[in-house]
Structures are given as C-alpha cells and as structure tokens.
Design a protein around this ligand. Structure first.
Ligand code: ADP
Ligand code: ZN
Ligand code: ZN
Length: 740
C-alpha cells in the first residue's frame, strides 16, 4: 500500500511546493474510493488554487467525485493528468488537527485515506455544500418599556426574551409563541432582531448558569485528583458505580473548560443520548445553542450546521455518539467518554474505528485532558490504568446516599420454570410488588421462544438463508430470523416427520411477558425491547408510564439496562446469566459481566435498598461467582489474568480478517491465500468459519491475527496485498469488538 503521503500536514505540503511555482499546475487528491492511494490531477489555469485540506471535484472512473486536496505540485506527478473540474474550497474544509488525525486513522486502521477523510465530513459537505452557517432569526429586547397589561402572551414573551441571550424564532415557536405575537411585540418597539454572531470573533469565556449540587466527599476527592492532573494530555479513568455522580463530575470539569474559552466533547453510547441527558447539560450551560448534539437521528442539514457551528466555536459543548469524535472544534479543551466500555463506540463496518481509542489519540494530539467514565470499565482501559498509563479515580458511593444492591444467585438446576421464572423468583417478585415497589426483569432475548422444534423427532425450524434457528414470535404469530430478517408462517406439522408436535423451546421477552401477566394480573407490565420500542419517542412514553405508576413490572432487553434511572425499582431479576459466560467470543464474559452490573445498577437508586436475583444453571461458574462476590472490579482483575495467560487483548493486539461470499470455497480460499504474505512473528489462527457460518446466503470465514505488540502487528498487516476478487467481500478489523 502506498501511504507515503497520507496524513501529510499542511506545513509538509508547503515545504514540498517549490517557491517559484506560485501557481500550482498539479494537485494530489484523496478520493473517497476503496483504494489506498492518492491521485494527481491537472489544475487548469482558470481555476483558483485549492487549499490543502480543501475540497475539489475531480473526474474518477466516469464519475465526478468530491475529494480532498492533499498536496500542491507533488514532485513525482505524472505527465498526463485529467483536469480538476471544480475547486470548492480555497480555505481548508478540515482543520489541521483533523487532517492529521485522518492520516493517523488511515495508518492505524489500514484504511484508504480518501474514505477516512470522507467519513469525517457530514454528508452535505461531503457532497460539496458551501461551508456557511445558516443564520437563524433571533430576537433581543430593546430595553424600551410599554404597557402590556392587556397582552399577557406578549408580556410573557418579552420576559422570555429578556431572560435569555438571543432567543431564536424557532425556539420561541417551540415554547408556543406564534409569529403574530412576536411581530406584535416587535411592532411596539420592545424587541428587535438580534445580530448574527461573527464567525471570526475571538472565543469568550462561557459561564455556567447554575452551580449544581454541592459535591459529596467522594466527588470532591475525585475532582481534586482529576484537577491535580494538570492541563495537558493525561487520560484518566473515572470508575464510579451507577448513580455515584459521574455526570456531575463531567459537568464541573466542563464548566472550567468553558470558563477558559474552550470547548468540550462528550461522547455517549447511542442509547444514552436521551432528552434528559441533553436537558441536564442545557440546565447547566444554557439552552441558547451553547450545547449541541450529534447523533444518527439528525437530518443532513442539521448535522452539517452543528458541524459548522462547532468548527466556528459557537457551540461550546458537543454531546454526541460515535462519529462525534470526528467533529471539528475551534478550541477543544476536554474530551469525556461516558460509558467508555460500550460496544457502540466501535464502528462495525467500513472504517472500523473505535471512537474511544480515537478520542485518546485526539486528546494526545491536542495535549488536552481525557476522561473515560464507566461503572464497568473495559479491560483495555483497566489494563492501561493498572500499568499507570491512565490515572485511576473512583467513586464508590452513590450520590443520593442510596446503598448498592445485594446480590443473590438462584440455582435453577432441576427446577420447573414458568415461562422462564422459577418459583423462588416469583415469590421474590411478589413480595416486592406487595411493598408497592417496582420490579425489573431482564432477559436479553426478544421474541417468544428462540427455538421451535418437533417433540417427536427433534427437527428444528431453521432459516433457509442462514445457519441459525428461527425465533418464534407471537402477536403477530410468525417465525423470524434475527440475522437476515426472513419471516415465515408458523407451521403446525413438523417439516421432517409431519407430526403435529411442534413446540416452543426456551424463553424470550414475549414469553416471559405472558408468564408475568398470568402470575400478576392487574399489575402494570411494561415490555421494552426492539419489537415494542422502535423509536426514542416510544421509549420516552414507556418510561413516562413507568415513572407514573407505583407497583409495576418492567421487562426488557439491554434497552432497559443502560442510562435510565428507575428510582422505584427495588428488585432486579436476571432470567438467565449463563449464555454470555459460555459463548465462544473471547469478550463475551466481559460483556455479560458489564451488562449484569449495569442492570443491577438500576435497582434501589432512591431510598429503598435494592436486591438483584440472578437465575443460573451454573451456580459454580467461576466468573459468575467472582462477579457476585467481589463485584465488577474483582471480576475484571480475574478476567484480565485469563486474557494474559491466553495471550489475548489487551495483552496482545488483535486483528480480524473477514471474508464473505455466496460461494463458500471462494470465501475460504481467499483467506487461505493470505498467511504466506504475513511475517512469521504474527500468530495466525484460522481461517475458520465465522461463528454463524452463513448469513443471508453468504458464507463467512475469518482469520484471526495476533502479535506481541502493535508495531509488529501493523508492519505485518501492511504487507497484505490481497488479490482482487469480484465475487467476494472482505474486511480488515483492527481491535475487533465482536469476533463474529
Ligand atoms: P452517574 O452518572 O454516575 O450514574 P449521576 O451524575 O447521574 O451519576 O448522579 C446520580 C444522581 O445523583 C442524579 O440524580 C444526580 O442529580 C444526583 N447527584 C449527583 N451528585 C450529587 C450531589 N453531589 N448531591 C446530590 N445529588 C447528586
Ligand atoms: Zn418431527
Ligand atoms: Zn436468516
């Protein structure tokens, strides 16, 4: 792969430009195509000189693509060059910092620079839109007074405008004021249109609106320790149990950064970016645009505008999901990664980056602080803390004074289960409900039953396109493949022997819902999984129902486990803890322990103490025991020892090469052809079929590569020159999260 010029800094580019050639005639462009090289184009004399880091439109394989100008007049340019079609930017679209970060990402993830750069730009800007912030109409009070006694709406509008700084028309509509009320007030000379902020104005300190609660002793110690780290690059792990007040710590650190005229970036998992999260930040830092969000539910225009406002320094705090780690900042002063262990920070296709790891790199490049927060830190982060690379600060008490829940293991070997519930568990649920508390039942499997099989011959309903079982769903009654989405009618007669003996085996949330409804008639029962809850709004309305009732049973998948506070829940019931500890994926125990700890953290957050009951067929499982007896920190240290002796991450870096094809032989042969090119100091495992060997009629294989350190791994992988195969898709995943 030719990556000589990848990530070249702008300074580097200007050094390469001969001083005499004041008007360049050739430029080198990174084009968004899956090729790890850059392309040279002729610059017609009538076009302006593009900025290095600016966008240009160029012909490529019969199309016109927007690429990024990487270099002016490269010394080794070809003679015959196609001409640039359009110069879009004479100023860089990407900041120097992001330009360099892109180069690092291309090298680290072994991904084409043109695609990395394209990933950094919001869709509109990637397509060539102008870099201009849309001016929103806003209003300020003139200071004149008038008699509004008979116009109470106008009076209240005036109050609203007086109390803020630059209310936009849209925000006033949101508060219920109409255009005619606004015009009437403006007609009386009491308000006028505000002036647009100036992009180039120096950034000013941004003061917090309120101070927040007095820190607890624990929080005060943590704050002191974090502040003692100083202003430069020093990553810190903030390990704090659920409800210990980590968010409060973030808010206070951000407050200082903003007071220093700098900006802050807060990365959160997709599921945690709720209106409540935003409201909490806005209550502290203002509703007038100082806080911006970046997530997958924005329109292209919204995303582009937020990106531009952040780049201009108008937005002071960005709260965003994975891709927000690539947002441009004018003066970034702090990055917080909340729930840093969460798998959603790892992109699972295309440029397979980890937003957490990119955040570390970015903070290092900028020489700024980085805070990784979690109740259940990833083993990677704990390992870095253990060996002193990251500071390690803990919060051990709950902020509201509630105490952590008590854990009980329920041995269900030989027990009869009612829709997944043992009698002991049912009794526990009943006694909590009788005390007018809420109960949370956790089952990480949706549908009615994961298996539909014949009692006479054992035949199972399988997906025709995947190597998986069909999941039985009720209401509507249908068999669904959770991997490819195939739906089939439910058959009554066995597909093999014809006996009318088909039965549902195992439990999913629909089935447990049925059982709970029978056992506890009249108790409000709310199920939250991706079948009942497709949108954030649906989730919000379900949560509102939960908060309104006294007694209630909440039943759900991991959608319930993260981020939300259920102050009335005193019992958390985990239907089955075993699957995760037995899976073939080396990260499965870690993920399961995190999930159980996170769900457990929903219990007893207010005054009432909480209990966590866990059903298991493996009461002696060492990992489960250490989790129950020593808590997550004890589990984590034990699991780290397992990883070390197995030579797995975080002790040795890993990469996964995946291939898939409609034809099993091509997929396998492709991976078999790779190892000869890999140096002997790499440990190569496979190729082997992926754990689910066929999905949607495509056969999948994988090759695992491990090395003793990163430079060995990268040097080895960089030598891969896979042959082009038309009928095959393949990918390289550095630091894979899922080994599926
Ligand atoms: P975490 O992010 O660790 O789950 P939060 O910051 O959300 O914890 O705090 C949990 C709850 O405790 C929130 O309702 C928060 O408002 C409250 N809280 C946090 N710090 C304090 C404090 N110092 N005094 C009183 N309440 C606090
Ligand atoms: Zn049969
Ligand atoms: Zn399928």
């Amino acid at each position: 792969m030719n990556r000589q010029n990848q990530g070249q800094s702008r300074e580097g580019a200007s050094i390469n430009t001969p001083a005499t050639a004041s008007v360049p005639t050739v430029i080198r462009v990174a084009v968004p195509v899956p090729l790890a090289r850059q392309f040279d184009y002729g610059l017609p004399a009538e076009l302006p000189t593009p900025a290095v880091g600016g966008r240009v439109r160029v012909p490529f394989a019969g199309r016109n693509l927007v690429g990024i100008c990487m270099q002016l007049d490269p010394a080794d340019a070809h003679d015959k060059l196609k001409p640039v079609t359009e110069v879009i930017d004479t100023e860089p679209a990407l900041t120097d910092e992001l330009f360099e970060l892109a180069g690092w990402m291309a090298d680290y993830y072994l991904h084409p620079i043109g695609e990395v750069l394209a990933t950094m730009l919001p869709a509109q800007i990637r397509r060539g839109a102008v870099l201009r912030i849309a001016r929103e109409e806003s209003w300020v009070a003139t200071g004149h007074t008038g008699d509004l006694k008979r116009a109470p709406r106008q009076a209240s509008l005036l109050e609203v405008i007086r109390s803020g700084t630059g209310a936009t028309t849209r925000s006033l509509y949101d508060l219920g004021y109409t255009r005619s009320i606004i015009t009437a007030l403006a007609g009386k000379g009491l308000i006028r249109k505000g002036s647009a902020p100036d992009d180039d104005a120096p950034m000013t300190p941004h003061a917090a609106l309120e101070t927040g609660p007095t820190p607890t002793g624990d929080q005060a110690n943590a704050l002191q320790a974090l502040q003692a780290l100083g202003g430069g690059f020093q990553p810190a792990l903030l390990e704090g149990i659920t409800g210990s007040g980590k968010t409060e710590i973030y808010l206070r650190l951000i407050e200082r950064v903003l007071a220093d005229s700098r900006q802050a970036l807060v990365l959160v998992p997709e599921i945690a970016l709720t209106p409540q999260t935003l409201a909490r930040f806005e209550a502290r830092f203002g509703t007038d645009g100082a806080v911006g969000t970046l997530h997958s539910n924005l329109t292209d225009a919204e995303r582009a505008q937020t990106w531009l406002k952040c780049r201009a320094g108008q937005i002071r705090v960005i709260i965003g999901t994975r891709s927000a780690v690539l947002a441009p900042f004018r003066n970034l002063g702090l990055i917080v990664v909340d729930e840093e262990h969460d798998g959603s920070f790892k992109q699972q296709d295309g440029l397979r980056y980890s937003a957490r790891d990119v955040a570390v790199k970015r903070a290092q490049g900028l020489g700024i602080g980085l805070l990784l927060g979690s109740a259940t830190p990833s083993l990677e982060t704990l390992h870095n803390a253990n060996r002193g690379r990251y500071a390690h600060v803990s919060l051990q008490q709950r902020a509201g004074g509630a105490r952590p829940p008590d854990f009980y293991l329920l041995d269900i070997r030989g027990h009869t289960l009612h829709h997944g519930l043992s009698n002991d568990l049912v009794r526990a649920v009943r006694s909590h409900l009788e005390r007018d508390s809420q109960v949370l039942v956790f089952l990480n499997r949706r549908g009615y039953a994961p298996s539909y099989l014949c009692a006479a011959c054992g035949w199972q309903s399988q997906c025709a396109s995947c190597d998986t079982r069909m999941t039985l769903h009720q209401r509507p009654k249908v068999l669904v493949c959770h991997h490819c989405g195939r739906r089939e009618p439910v058959i009554d007669a066995c597909g093999n022997c014809g006996a009318a003996a088909m039965m549902a085996v195992g439990v999913g949330t629909q089935r447990t819902e049925e059982g709970l409804a029978e056992l506890f008639p009249g108790v409000p029962l709310i199920r939250v999984d991706s079948d009942t809850t497709r949108t954030q709004r649906q989730l919000e309305s379900q949560l509102a129902d939960i908060h309104q009732s006294e007694r209630a049973i909440l039943l759900g998948t991991q959608m319930l486990a993260k981020g939300h506070h259920f102050p009335r829940v005193t019992l958390v019931a985990v239907i089955n803890a075993d699957g995760g500890f037995l899976s073939a994926d080396f990260r499965a125990p870690e993920r399961t322990a995190q999930l159980i700890t996170q769900v457990a953290g929903r219990a007893g957050r207010a005054q009432a103490p909480g209990e966590v009951w866990i059903q298991t067929y493996q009461p002696d499982n060492q990992l489960l025991r250490s989790l129950i007896e020593q808590g997550y920190p004890g589990f984590a240290q034990q699991e780290l020892a397992v990883r070390e002796s197995a030579g797995l991450p975080p002790y040795r870096p890993m990469a996964l090469i995946r291939s898939e094809s409609a034809d099993a032989t091509s997929a396998l042969q492709f991976l078999q052809s790779l190892p000869p090119a890999l140096p002997g100091d790499l440990e190569v495992l496979g190729p082997a079929p992926a754990p689910i060997a066929r999905v949607a009629d495509r056969h999948r294989y994988q090759l695992m590569v491990l090395a003793d350190n990163r430079s060995v791994l990268h040097a080895g992988l960089a030598r891969l020159r896979p042959p082009a195969r038309a009928n095959l898709r393949w990918s390289l995943d550095i630091d894979p999260y899922d080994t599926f």
